[in-house]
Design a binder for this molecule. Structure first.
Ligand SMILES: [Zn+2]
Ligand SMILES: [Zn+2]
Length: 155
């Protein structure tokens, strides 16, 4: 999807649901598409603040929700962690393995998994709209597994 198309998708969604269309929302859209991998609302808010982009924290939270509702972002609730988002744009369906000690996230693609989920839905007279698979694991090598869970509570 081109950047203009993403914006168009977002505008259409906001109009349909009678949400206000504001410049703030587009600033947040732009900034979130430039974020690395899995970010949470506060990380995006701080990044924007550091870049001298003035938006309220509440608007960041709300806008990320709206962007996930219209399928620009995927929303994750990894075990015990804050809600994280990642862009769907230009990404193939992929799955996550999360280290329960250091929160490292491994991503992998495995198209067979999607086929299996679709088949199970079909067998049960359902049509799949989305899917997500999370596996929780531990790093085998303790040296590569820094317990940084507490770092998420900084700021
Ligand atoms: Zn991911
Ligand atoms: Zn680890």
């Amino acid at each position: 999807m081109l950047p203009e198309d993403i914006k168009e998708t977002f505008i259409t969604y906001l109009k349909d649901k009678a949400h206000r269309i504001t410049n703030e929302r587009f600033l947040i859209l732009d900034a979130s598409l430039n974020m690395d991998e899995h970010f949470d609302a506060d990380e995006l808010y701080l990044k924007m603040k550091n870049d001298y982009i003035n938006v309220s924290r509440a608007t960041v939270y709300k806008t990320l929700e709206l962007m996930s509702e219209c399928h620009i972002l995927t929303k994750h609730n990894f075990k015990g962690d804050r809600t994280r988002y990642e862009t769907k744009i230009g990404r193939n369906p992929h799955y996550h393995i999360i280290c329960v000690k250091c929160n490292k996230i491994i991503e992998y693609e495995y198209p067979e998994l999607e086929k299996i989920q679709k088949k199970i839905c079909k067998d049960n007279n359902l049509e799949m709209v989305d899917h997500s698979i999370q596996v929780f694991a531990k790093c085998k090598d303790p040296k590569n597994c820094k317990n940084n869970l507490n770092q998420n509570n900084l700021n």
